[in-house]
Design a binder for this molecule. Structure first.
Ligand code: TRP
Length: 353
């Protein structure tokens, strides 16, 4: 059986290099392997609105920004169906029926919901119902397309478990076999998991203001790298330095290859040698930062150039998104129809021919 791959992002900001290592690179790899029946990437605007009800403009503007980020990073819309969640209304319809299969207690046990309840001002009962139910809506995103394979980070595992439970609950409640149980596809290595931000404290995220964005200019990227957190006790070049928790080395772990050394820093064979020198002392931050800058600019330059090209014709991107959303909708509406038949609410059969 061939895979049906589905994944998505909330359009709340431009994509950054943390997304690149964490998910985009993996999607490009899957696209290249070409071992799937269908590959969907959803721009989850409906989900983004569950905690941005008053920020519709932000979400709306980021739908096109995220689409441009995907395309400029090399996602091929001929191979991958990139679509907008809100343009597939069957997903909302499906969510309504799935809500009957999940208890409030179960949602309260979802670690993401629990965490958000603690972290934000959603104290007491002030969490929007839509936000609380987004794990259910995410199950619809997945089950509507019979997706088998969901490439996501660890943080999404509770959502996947919820989707699997809903699939089983629907099938057993309505004596059907139509819904598939999806599997998560996790990043292969730890350095592909989420990247730390430039401050060295939090994970890279727009809200923490510690990102290098795919769309940043060459000068912005360089300026950000030069100000990245390294080792505060590595003051003189001759001081021994720490590699762990050092942002420059974290990024080199994720992006530098032996090839990068040949090209930009031939005095060292590989990252292990560079780390050993840094630990011993005698290697300055400016040198490692300039190396990282070369490595990252090489990856970001073609993405930036493609973006400039794409931005000349945004209409075409909207057309692509609508066409792909229409295709996605056809599939979701078939699943919805089968679900109604399984539930016994396909009233059209009572119509006289
Ligand atoms: N919740 C995901 C995130 O925040 C985005 C998302 C929405 C998603 N629907 C999905 C991911 C379906 C995988 C499958 O990143």
């Amino acid at each position: 059986m061939k895979k049906i791959i589905l994944t998505g992002d909330r359009p709340t900001g431009n994509l950054h290099i943390g997304h690149y290592v964490g998910s985009i690179a993996n999607r490009l790899k899957l696209q290249k392997e070409n071992d799937f029946e269908k590959f969907y990437i959803m721009i989850a605007d409906t989900q983004a609105l569950t905690d941005n009800a008053d920020k519709v403009d932000k979400v709306k503007n980021n739908v096109i920004q995220v689409a441009i980020d995907y395309l400029s990073a090399g996602i091929d819309p001929e191979k991958v169906t990139i679509f907008i969640q809100s343009q597939v209304p069957e997903l909302a319809e499906m969510t309504m029926y799935f809500m009957n299969l999940v208890t409030v207690a179960r949602l309260n046990r979802n670690p993401t919901i629990k965490e958000e309840l603690k972290m934000r001002e959603f104290g007491g009962n002030s969490m929007p119902v839509g936000f609380m139910c987004y794990p259910i809506s995410q199950a619809s995103d997945i089950l509507a397309f019979n997706a088998t394979t969901i490439p996501v980070g660890e943080d999404q595992l509770p959502m996947l478990e919820q989707a699997r439970e809903i699939s089983r609950a629907f099938n057993s409640t309505y004596g059907s076999k139509i819904l598939v149980e999806p599997q998560a596809l996790l990043p292969e290595s730890k350095s592909q998991a989420r990247l730390v931000g430039l401050d060295g404290k939090l994970k890279m995220s727009k809200s923490a203001g510690n990102c290098i964005f795919l769309k940043d200019s060459e000068a912005e990227v360089k300026q950000k790298i030069m100000s990245a957190y390294t080792d505060p006790n590595h003051i003189k070049v001759s001081d021994p330095g720490k590699v762990e928790g050092n942002v420059v080395f974290e990024y080199l772990d994720a992006f530098a290859t032996d090839e990068s050394f040949k090209k930009y820093l031939p005095e060292y064979k590989n990252l292990d040698e560079l780390k050993a020198h840094y630990r011993k002392g005698g290697l300055g931050d400016v040198k490692i930062k300039l190396f990282l800058n070369n490595v990252l600019q090489e990856i970001l330059k073609p993405i930036r150039e493609k973006r400039a090209e794409l931005e000349k014709n945004v209409d075409k991107i909207y057309e692509m998104l609508f066409e792909n959303s229409r295709k996605a909708r056809e599939v979701a509406s078939q699943t919805m129809q089968k679900m109604k038949e399984a539930m016994g609410i396909d009233y059209t059969k009572f119509l006289k021919k």
